[in-house]
Write a protein that binds this ligand. Structure first.
Ligand code: PGA
Length: 253
């Protein structure tokens, strides 16, 4: 059985005290409302991580994740945060290659390969993001673009290691726009990703990898998205900033 995961990506939102309040609210709601087979992940800004890491330890369905990490292990890289630093405060997940990082911070597939290796080497779980722009979809190159992102950043891993990666398909045209991919579009791409994994690693490995959908997911559309056979959960931006909405999404399986 694949893990069902709903991860909240807070992005550049919430002061420290606001974030701590939000994490506690999510924890309290999740305690009574979330099925034991669903994992919630709070991907907070760096400064919240240590405290949120303490908070989630009280709730069995809750984990903490970072939104990024350095592609260097240590050294003279001002402003960076390393995997060892994250590991030392018990961070469990790290989002890698979000489209905003690719676009605004020029992260390349090769850089993301380095980050993936670092995260895995410290026994944390990468949530590896992929997804196409609207113009790529309109030009009908969205499948080849997404498979290339996966191939170039992940396909050097061996079969046992890639099983430890979570993939998030996030069509860029759906992120923060209010436009959600239709269930047909989401399922089509998720199946393609799984088939792509299967060609390299075999069907059993492909079937064991959780593939999350991200892009304007909300309580009103999560149920139909999560009902797709190859959608194993969500990476949630805007709606993860409100505890009630985030937990309602996680109840939508
Ligand atoms: P959104 O963001 O839910 O606000 O569209 C999703 C994401 O960027 O991970």
């Amino acid at each position: 059985m694949r893990k069902k995961i709903v991860a909240g990506n807070w992005k550049l939102n919430k002061t420290f005290s606001e974030g701590i309040l939000l994490a506690k609210e999510v924890g309290e709601l999740s305690k009574n409302e979330i099925n034991s087979d669903v994992q919630l992940v709070l991907c907070t800004p760096y400064i919240h991580l240590q405290q949120v890491s303490d908070i989630v330890s009280d709730f069995k369905n809750l984990s903490v994740g970072a939104q990024n990490c350095s592609n260097k292990a240590s050294g003279a890289f001002t402003g960076e945060v390393s995997v060892d630093m994250l590991k030392s405060i018990h961070v469990e997940y790290v989002i890698l290659g979000h489209s905003e990082r690719r676009e605004y911070f020029l992260e390349t597939n090769n850089m993301l390969k380095e980050k993936t290796d670092l995260v895995l080497s410290r026994s944390m779980t990468p949530i590896f993001c992929c997804g196409e722009t609207l113009s790529q979809r309109e030009a009908n190159i969205h499948f080849s673009f997404v498979t290339q992102q996966l191939t170039e950043s992940l396909f050097h891993l061996d079969a046992d290691t890639i099983k430890k990666v979570v993939i998030a398909y996030e069509p860029i045209w759906a992120i923060g726009t209010g436009v959600t991919a239709s269930t047909a579009q989401a399922q089509e791409m998720h199946l393609l990703i799984r088939n792509h994994l299967a060609t390299k690693y075999g069907q059993d490995v492909a079937n064991s990898i959780s593939i999350l959908y991200g892009g304007s997911a909300k309580p009103s559309n999560a149920k139909e998205l999560f009902a797709c056979p190859d959608v194993d959960g969500g990476l949630i931006g805007g709606a993860s900033l409100v505890a009630r909405d985030f937990v309602d999404i996680a109840k939508s399986f």
